[in-house]
Design a protein around this ligand. Structure first.
Ligand code: SAM
Length: 247
């Protein structure tokens, strides 16, 4: 797939995410798989939004689900086609306006909706998810709350270094509802030299306690929690929204 001018997760950061940042999908997978058990029993269709390189997709497919895995980043989708190529479908879907396929479950981890540019766009994506769910369908996703950045350490610059890649991240909160990560991404070339790419990620923080009120207007009863039900609690300020569409 050709590289296009996408704001998030170009080729190098997509690969670094895949190689070094799988822990969130690992943490979320057991709880989500358990929530999805009834969907698997009726062989329902699961749509994954912001699947990235397919880290959660891999768990879902291995658990026997029919998964349509989607993302906005062509580079991420290329990786997903290798890592979870046995999903039913892997394709580009850019929130909030691309249509979401009708589904028995819609899942998303890694605060995908928080990447949308304004709170209104997050609301539109949530409504689109509610509308795409079939009767009795389930939604499970994580979202950054206004409290998200409060839990982060004071020291704003962090580095992670591996043999083949490194990433330096500077975090800031320029306004109460904006969280920014400025990243310098380094990857080793085949000749041993290093190349660099820079990405700036802006996440919009919302008051997640208002999400159930929005969803219920579209037939989904939802709760806001601090985990998907597995043993692992989400990072402070990252909230799980789990809901069911009325039958
Ligand atoms: C932090 S990554 C999480 C990826 C994957 N879910 C995981 O847990 O490994 C956020 C993902 O959201 C995707 N994304 C960002 N904005 C998006 C949008 N407007 N529509 C769909 N996906 C988007 C990115 O391309 C990226 O793959």
């Amino acid at each position: 797939m050709a590289e296009r001018d996408t704001p998030y997760y170009r080729r190098d950061l997509a690969l670094v995410h895949h190689l070094g940042f799988g822990f969130h999908a690992d943490d979320c997978a057991p709880g989500i798989i358990e929530l999805l058990r009834p969907v698997r029993e009726r062989d329902g269709v699961v749509v994954e939004l912001g699947c990235g390189s397919g880290l959660l997709t891999r768990y879902l497919v291995d658990a026997g689900h029919r998964v349509i895995a989607t993302d906005a980043s062509p580079a991420m989708l290329d990786l997903a086609k290798t890592y979870a190529g046995d999903a039913s479908e892997i394709r580009e879907l850019v929130l909030p306006d691309d249509p979401i396929p009708e589904a028995d479950a819609i899942v998303s981890v890694g605060h995908v909706l928080s990447y949308l540019p304004v709170a209104d766009a997050i609301d539109r994506a949530l409504v689109a998810i509610a509308e795409a769910l079939r009767p009795g369908g389930l939604m499970a996703l994580d979202l950054c709350d206004l409290s998200y950045a409060e839990s982060l350490p004071d020291f704003p610059v962090r580095a992670r270094v591996a043999d083949e890649w490194a990433v330096i991240t500077e975090r800031s909160k320029p306004s109460p509802d904006t969280f920014v990560r400025q990243m310098a991404v380094f990857l080793r070339n085949e000749d041993g030299s290093w190349r660099r790419d820079d990405e700036r990620h802006e996440n919009v923080l919302i008051d997640t306690s208002r999400v159930p009120g929005l969803l219920v207007e579209h037939g989904v009863r939802a709760k806001v929690g601090t985990s998907f039900g597995g043993r692992v609690q989400l990072q402070e300020g990252l909230h799980a929204i789990v809901g069911t569409k009325e039958a």
